[in-house]
Design a protein around this ligand. Structure first.
Ligand code: M6R
Length: 612
């Protein structure tokens, strides 16, 4: 993972690098570092731990210069230490490099460079790149040496390079890890993600795989690895900086949970055609969907939270669009021998659009002749660019590591897609269609009402904050909700071991662990499996578990089965995971906050998993 930034311009480089890095910390935060050209040479500062430590540790220094690089790290090769923190230098300290990705052939390259007399300081894979460029720059210009070195690298990289011999230029390159260019007034940026530059510019360009960029203060040149120039126009980002900041909330996660009525609304906006009572997407996607064969098979691939959305999507598409649907973890799918053909659509779901396993799954699907549709939150991301058509979730930038608003936006898009396909196949009767349309229109308001349980959830969180374990159970549409609820808690509150199960599976094993007082959260909203869930609640209560139940508003009888009840608005079953997600997120948030956990940046995690 890791976040990288580069700056060239006429402002003082130190504060700009820190500001940009602070917006990339979600990508990794076990160490941070910067390098700048200060007129005498390369000045490097690094600290283990979060960026704050580096900022405080350098607060008395001028950090002047007009060219610099920065890095916030999520360790892959070599423990988090000052030596392993980026930037990395060559033997002579004449060039500095920051990297996001993994160089798979670094061992061979390192051995060769060691034989040639290079001296290494760190255990990282990245340092070989600095020495490789140094090696070639003995006989070539920096530009050509960089290119030559890139041609030898196997694996993935987003790179940013500066050198004392070329003090008016910054270089960048990408293969498999994201890199964007920000075009400002008398200044240029390189960064892993858009929020890093939003404070200075909204003019953005995306670099593609196997492209190199050379930046000066007022110009940029993109080219292929072989040196062929590429002409590309910038796009204008319509998020503003406030979207990427906390707006008064204690954490980004809490802010993002509260944004859901709005993000759901944005996701539905302009997609309901009331006149013909059909869902409409953009032209390219409509065209893609219109050409699906009657016996089209969907294979949904995703990771983490997006995988839980995929599981809900399976229930939706099977029930209403009567389609054959398989769901797979992208990290498994990419190594299987799936039977795909031209009647298969691989539906990839990813918030960031940069998840390495999901991208690999997309590439495998294409190799095998399948079509690729994706659900993605980031315009211009790799997933979006490599798909035949994209259904964008309009959730805005999601900064907290724990995904919340992107998940409910993914579920909303899956419901829209289901409606589209069910309608196109004439599987919905008019009253049913109308009812679904009405619920879509009400969904933002229902999400707002679901947030009303916040004060009760805070009290419940207090009751369970000292727990060591937590089970989350649900059935059918809310089985994936149980998985997602447990993932949220274990991600942001690593003190508690949480697991989600299909409620019917309890008696096949997990129930063995239940002891008096063991916390179990049930999702028991109105559905045709409600009575079955009640039986499962009885089974756990017979073993004296402590039960929290998420139930549909107005369900009075549920109180006799539960220690604590959280109400969500009534809705059709297909929409219920969108609403039950909200209390699950809030409960995890308040338990984690009471435990003093680092909610937005939990240990060992990073927002965007761009490595395998
Ligand atoms: O960006 P993506 O949706 O592809 O990310 C997939 C997972 O890495 C992500 O959902 C992860 O599980 C989140 N931290 C969950 O909160």
């Amino acid at each position: 993972m890791c976040g990288i930034v580069g700056y060239i311009g006429n402002s003082s480089v130190g504060p700009i690098l820190f500001e940009s890095l602070s917006r990339l910390e979600y990508r990794g935060y076990d160490s941070a570092g910067i390098a700048l050209l200060n007129g005498h040479g390369i000045e490097v500062h690094k600290r283990v731990g979060k960026l704050k430590g580096l900022i405080e540790g350098t607060s008395q220094l001028p950090l002047r210069g007009h060219l610099g690089l920065g890095h916030t790290r999520w360790a892959t090769h070599g423990e988090p230490s000052e030596t392993n923190a980026h930037p990395h230098l060559d033997c002579q300290g004449r060039l500095a490099i920051v990297h996001n990705g993994i160089i798979e052939n670094y061992r061979e390259l390192k051995e060769r460079l060691l034989d040639q007399g290079h001296r290494f300081q760190s255990q990282t894979d990245t340092e070989v790149i600095a020495h490789l460029v140094e090696h070639y720059s003995r006989s070539l210009s920096l530009r050509d040496a960089f290119r030559k070195a890139l041609q030898e690298l196997q694996g993935s990289y987003a790179l940013c390079l500066l050198a004392t011999d070329d003090p008016e230029r910054l270089y960048g390159a990408r293969l498999g890890s994201p890199l964007i260019l920000g075009i400002g007034k008398n200044e240029m940026f390189l960064a892993s993600d858009v929020p890093a530059v939003l404070g200075r510019t909204r003019e953005i360009m995306y670099l593609n795989d196997r492209e190199v960029v050379e930046l000066s203060q007022n110009s940029l040149q993109i080219s292929t690895l072989d040196g062929n120039p590429i002409d590309r126009q910038p796009s204008r980002i319509d998020w503003d900086i406030a979207c990427a900041q906390k707006s008064g909330f204690k954490h980004f996660m809490l802010k993002e949970i509260h944004e859901q009525p709005n993000t759901i609304e944005q996701t539905i906006l302009n997609r309901l055609d009331w006149q013909i009572q059909q869902v409409r997407f953009d032209e390219r996607t409509n065209h893609f969907l219109e050409r699906l064969s009657p016996d089209e098979q969907f294979v949904i691939i995703a990771c983490g939270t997006a995988y839980h959305a995929a599981l809900v999507g399976e229930y939706m598409l099977e029930e209403f669009a009567e389609m054959a649907v398989d769901v797979d973890l992208a990290s498994e799918f990419r190594y299987r021998k799936p039977r795909l053909n031209r009647h298969t659509t691989v539906l990839a779901i990813s918030q960031s659009g940069e998840t390495a396993d999901t991208l690999a799954g997309i590439r495998l699907a294409k190799e095998q002749g399948a079509k690729v549709l994706s659900i993605c939150n980031v315009v211009g991301s790799s997933v979006a660019r490599e798909s035949d058509a994209v259904l964008f979730t309009h959730a805005g930038p999601e900064i907290a590591v724990a995904s919340t608003k992107a998940y409910t936006a993914q579920l909303t898009v899956l419901a829209l897609l289901t409606m589209y396909l069910a309608n196109a196949r004439q599987l919905l009767k008019d009253p049913e269609k109308l009812q679904f349309f009405r619920t879509f229109r009400k969904l933002p308001e229902l999400a707002r009402l679901a947030l009303n349980a916040e004060a009760d959830i805070q009290k419940i969180a207090f009751f369970y904050a000292d727990s060591e374990n937590f089970y989350y159970l649900g059935r059918k549409y809310n089985f994936p909700s149980a998985l997602e609820g447990a993932l949220k808690l274990k991600e942001i509150c690593p003190k508690i071991h949480a697991e989600g199960y299909a409620a019917g599976e309890m008696k096949h094993g997990p129930i063995a662990l239940i002891r008096p007082g063991w916390p179990v959260l049930f999702i028991a909203t109105d559905s045709n499996v409600y009575d079955k869930v009640i039986s499962n609640i009885e089974e756990t209560r017979a073993r004296k578990a402590s039960c929290v139940v998420i139930a549909s508003e107005g369900n009075r009888s549920i109180r006799s089965y539960a220690d604590h009840v959280i109400e969500v608005p009534k809705t059709e079953e297909i929409f219920s995971p969108i609403l039950t997600a909200i209390p699950l997120q809030l409960l995890a948030y308040y338990i984690a906050d009471l435990n003093g956990c680092d909610v937005d940046q939990p240990p060992n995690l990073a927002k965007s998993v761009t490595v395998e």
